[in-house]
Design a protein around this ligand. Sequence first.
Ligand SMILES: NC(=O)c1ccc[n+]([C@@H]2O[C@H](COP(=O)([O-])OP(=O)(O)OC[C@H]3O[C@@H](n4cnc5c(N)ncnc54)[C@H](OP(=O)(O)O)[C@@H]3O)[C@@H](O)[C@H]2O)c1
Ligand SMILES: *[C@@H]1O[C@H](CO)[C@@H](O)[C@H](O)[C@H]1NC(C)=O
Length: 307
Amino acid sequence: MALVWKIAGSFLLPITIVYLLIRFCGRKKLCLRNKVVLITGASSGLGEACAHAFYRAGCKLILAGRRGKELQRVKDDLLTKTDVKNDKVHPPELAVLDITDASSLQEKMASIVALYGVLDILINNAGISYRGEIEHTNMDVYRKLMEVNFFGQIALTKEILPVMVQQKKGMIVFISSMQGKVSIPYRSAYSSAKHALQAFSDCLRAETAERGVDVCVVSPGYISTNLSRNAVRGDGSLHGVIDKTTASGMTPQEAAQAVLQTVTYRHQDVVLSSITHKLAIYIRTLLPSLFFWIMLKRAKKYRDENK
Ligand SMILES: NC(=O)c1ccc[n+]([C@@H]2O[C@H](COP(=O)([O-])OP(=O)(O)OC[C@H]3O[C@@H](n4cnc5c(N)ncnc54)[C@H](OP(=O)(O)O)[C@@H]3O)[C@@H](O)[C@H]2O)c1
Ligand SMILES: *[C@@H]1O[C@H](CO)[C@@H](O)[C@H](O)[C@H]1NC(C)=O
């Protein structure tokens, strides 16, 4: 027994120290106070919770979304319900914008950058989900999911990137999903768009790392938001219900806290989920045929339940 401990000790301690060094000291910690942060999809769910978390950390927020009224509600909540010292927080700015509206995006982004003259952090959080069978999904639905979850994020990133490169600093955060890592049946449009987003982010990270711009991808499992209610079906109609899986997920506040940590420690790729869900990523890579079998069972179960 003593020998086992001795061997374990001689390996584990150095490994642990190196791991901790890389994780916490390898990359300089970011101080969030007074940072200018643009959050898309800040009118509900995870984006709204991120607004609260980054506001309390002392950031200068710009909250974006299509629904101006909901953005105003979030702003009012921040101003009235947040219990922090006044000298630390800054009143948030609002930006009503549709990330898929190519004709107005350039102008709107220019006025967003002009608000403070700098932009430190872009949190690409806006997104919609999907439920449906490939055979019965209109091409328009595939295009819509790509527009919101992929092209919209790229368009925004391309507007902000020159600003950050010129500043020689900045961070671009992409809120992807577990489904950006592994695809599950009857979610083809969503999984495909999030996989594309992951691929884009990995290219961007390499291209900008040495010019001061950090890129980080956060891939959450289920979060209890209205995402599934706002999801579109294959025929283009609204899914309209909050699925059990979504309802039983982590709270938006927990997820937002993890996003805040990710940004603070400048982590590059974070999966926010249970260990079993994380395991799926390794199974897909190391034992693909086992993964395909599990997904086949899952598809069958879904068909049985939705007969
Ligand atoms: N909930 C989950 O289980 C889960 C899991 C993994 C990843 N995620 C990801 O987390 C992100 C946030 O989703 P959520 O769960 O918080 O859902 P949500 O409550 O439905 O929020 C989605 C947000 O996206 C915005 N949005 C949608 N289309 C837009 C457009 N065309 N232009 C601008 N903004 C748009 C919406 O604002 P407006 O309607 O005001 O425009 C809304 O604030 C998404 O990227 C989602 O894929 C969620
Ligand atoms: C979901 O939508 C309802 C009604 O619009 C709203 O009251 C609720 O706060 C939303 N939930 C989240 C987590 O955004």
